[in-house]
Write a protein that binds this ligand. Structure first.
Ligand SMILES: Nc1ncnc2c1ncn2[C@@H]1O[C@H](COP(=O)(O)OP(=O)(O)OP(=O)(O)O)[C@@H](O)[C@H]1O
Ligand SMILES: [Mg+2]
Length: 342
């Protein structure tokens, strides 16, 4: 009989070889007194912290002092003390999540930006692109002017996604689980959450051939909870608009969403900018696409039946007027009915 699956062993960094090589090269440059500043950006859970933690190995080998300070927490005096150069010994300072630094710390960082990189020091500033704060933007702009390198952590490739899942599960994974993993948009935290949710719900089974796959257990609620956690830091108006967009499908045209939400197009775009910056949706020409279908499904599931019904009815008329094919319009009317009475 199939066996249930327990947690896999601790696993190495997956799919970030190129980024780690780049950082290791900059780490090595500190030993010849070069100074560099890197702005490491990426959506929530994309693996910024995990990547900078992996610098420890190179720092050890190269005998570079490595300090990693996660925000919030460090004081302005601490930051000042660390950046005060020139570094007597090659040094790497990682300030993780600088978007959470207080204004006094940001002021110190901005002041150092005006002086430029410190010889013999690699400074890595990691940040999420949203929410925007003026003081954070000022600090980032100052470092960009000082020649900081921008490194954007991109989603894991499909192959790296499966590799990560296999590390977590400890076995090869089958097609059903791969299908769900592909809705995580290459986000390692969401990939991890999918595996954990499946395991928690008892939805993973090891087949006789050693492959682990899903079997008939309903674990949608666990999956939705995992996806909702990904949205925790977004403003309520962004969430409301995204939930409405979820009714339109995996991708949508912004004027259609504005009509559905009964908002002027410019207001709709203003709100969507935050969702774009947070990496929840991506622009593909004149339409927007949900980056992780897992998240879209959870947003949709979070709508109460009455709202879902109303939105599908409105979507049917909006899309019908905009010239969408009749089967699309009919599909919305069917889902309005499936949602039950308002
Ligand atoms: N390349 C990777 N290989 C294996 N696991 C990874 C990788 N990147 C991230 N993870 C795992 O995914 C989860 C999220 O990663 P991490 O905390 O580094 O993301 P983050 O970008 O720092 O998130 P936040 O926006 O919350 O600061 C962690 O459990 C981490 O161990
Ligand atoms: Mg982090």
């Amino acid at each position: 009989m199939d066996e249930p699956v327990e947690a896999g062993q601790p696993f190495p960094l997956v799919g970030r070889g190129a980024e780690l090589d780049d950082l290791d090269r900059l780490l090595a440059a500190t030993t010849v007194r070069e100074g560099t500043v890197v702005l490491l950006e990426g959506e929530a859970g994309i693996g910024r912290t995990r990547l900078v933690e992996a610098l420890a190995h190179g720092a050890d080998v190269l005998d570079v002092d490595l300090v990693v300070l996660p925000f919030p927490g460090p004081t302005a005096a601490q930051v000042d003390g660390l950046l005060d150069g020139p570094a007597p010994h090659p040094r790497a300072v990682v300030l993780d999540d600088v978007h959470l630094a207080d204004d006094a710390c940001l002021d110190v960082l901005t002041r150092y930006a005006h002086a430029g990189p410190v010889p013999g020091m690699l400074l890595v500033l990691t940040e999420r692109p949203v929410p925007h704060r003026d003081a954070v933007q000022r600090m980032v702009v100052a470092w960009v002017r000082a020649g900081a390198r921008n490194v954007e952590l991109r989603p894991l490739t499909p192959a790296a996604t499966v590799e990560l899942a296999e590390q977590l599960v400890g076995h090869p994974v089958g097609p059903l689980l791969r299908g769900v993993l592909s809705t995580a948009g290459g986000n390692p935290r969401l990939v991890t959450a999918v595996v954990q949710a499946a395991r928690h719900a008892g939805a993973l089974r090891r087949r006789e051939d050693g492959v682990v796959d899903l079997h008939g257990v309903d674990w949608q609620d666990e999956l939705d909870d995992a996806a909702r956690a990904h949205l925790a830091d977004l403003d309520p108006d962004v969430l409301v608009l995204l939930s409405q967009a979820a009714v339109l499908g995996p991708s949508f045209v912004v004027p259609d969403l504005a009509a559905l939400a009964a908002q002027p197009l410019t207001d709709c775009w203003r709100t969507l900018r935050h969702a774009l910056a947070a990496g929840i949706v991506a622009a593909r020409g004149d339409r927007l696409v949900f980056r992780h279908d897992l998240v879209r499904t959870a947003l949709y599931a979070g709508l109460d039946e009455g709202t879902r019904r109303r939105l599908h009815i409105r979507a049917a008329s909006t899309l019908g007027e905009a010239g969408a094919p009749s089967h699309v319009v009919a599909g919305h009317l069917e889902r309005a009915q499936a949602a039950g009475p308002a």
